[in-house]
Design a protein around this ligand. Structure first.
Ligand SMILES: [Zn+2]
Length: 313
């Protein structure tokens, strides 16, 4: 239990909460993270910080980009629990696996990654909240399913600082549905039990795949980093462009969470890092019809055709 709690809190609480926050006005906000946590700087041409704005026209279409394979995301894990906690930065759900063959995993590009925890980033309204943006557009919630590479590393902490160590699958949510989303209804009502920082409780297990988009994946994939200090550049990102709808009532539960222990009435909201520089990276996609492959060949065609057209007319 102790180990699981430790793992669950590592990603988002590797430092004291007071050392960083999301407040753009103060001294500890995202623009200042790099002063205390040098890896958080995105200025070097070789840097690969996350999140990013995904410009669809600049992505590279790769017809053979593999679709992530979800393993045991459909297991109900009836005999064990999920730990849900508020760490002051987000709400984290950490699975406690009953056996090694029930572990939720993603297989991607020949490696196996085990789900360690998932957590949320959200905004005060529908115009903000997600960390990644697509063509500059935010979604109100982004869920991060955090996995580590079990083929090459013994545990999350070992993998966290190493290239190829982590895989994070990002799912966007928006609050348009009039009825509650059944998958998120397993989690969201528990938020009132973890309203304040430091609150922890358990919830019955359910199938993790109920939290994911049901339509075939249209994904963006790129090399990046943790989006919280210490911003280690160890993450293979998979961003699913298909959103999941939750109800406005479910969304309102996010907005009742607090970022402290109740000393003040400080809402836990807008806990997203602004987008970082793409630098030299390429975002790959399996979405046909998008990306530079098609755009650039079209441009090439125009460049070839236009002078001929002018010559004749
Ligand atoms: Zn996150």
């Amino acid at each position: 239990m102790k180990l699981l709690l430790l793992i669950g809190s590592c990603l988002l609480a590797t430092s004291q909460a007071s050392e960083w926050d999301y407040n753009a006005e103060g001294d500890n906000g995202p623009a200042d993270w790099g002063k205390r946590f040098p890896k958080c700087n995105d200025t070097a041409s070789s840097s690969r910080q996350s999140p990013i704005n995904i410009v669809v026209d600049n992505t590279k279409y790769n017809a053979s980009l593999p679709t992530p394979e979800f393993i045991n995301y459909d297991v109900a894990h009836a005999t064990s629990n999920l730990i849900i906690s508020n760490n002051g930065h987000t709400v984290v759900v950490t699975p406690k696996y009953a056996s090694s063959d029930s572990k939720a995993q993603i297989k991607y590009k020949g490696k196996t990654y085990e789900l360690v925890q998932f957590h949320f980033h959200w905004g005060s309204d529908s115009k903000r909240g997600s960390e990644h943006t697509i063509d500059g557009k935010h979604f109100q919630v982004e869920v991060h399913f955090v996995h580590y590479n079990t083929d090459d590393f013994n545990n999350f902490n070992e993998a966290k600082t190493e290239e190829g160590g982590l895989l994070v699958y990002a799912q966007f949510l928006k609050s348009f549905a009039s009825s509650a989303n059944a998958g998120y209804q397993e989690i969201v009502p528990q938020f009132e039990k973890v309203k304040y920082k430091g609150n922890t409780t358990t919830i019955p297990h359910f199938k993790f795949d109920t939290l994911l988009s049901k339509v075939p994946d249209r994904i963006y994939s790129y090399p990046g980093s943790l989006t919280t200090p210490t911003c280690d550049e160890s993450v293979s990102w998979i961003v699913n462009s298909q959103t999941v709808e939750i109800s406005q009532d479910q969304m309102s539960k996010f907005l009742e969470l607090k970022s402290n222990k109740g000393e003040t009435n400080e809402d836990l909201v807008n806990n997203y890092r602004p987008v970082q520089k793409l630098q030299q990276r390429t975002v790959e996609t399996n979405v046909p019809g998008s990306g530079v492959t098609i755009t650039s060949s079209f441009s090439m065609m125009l460049m070839t055709v236009l002078p001929i057209a002018y010559a004749f007319f």
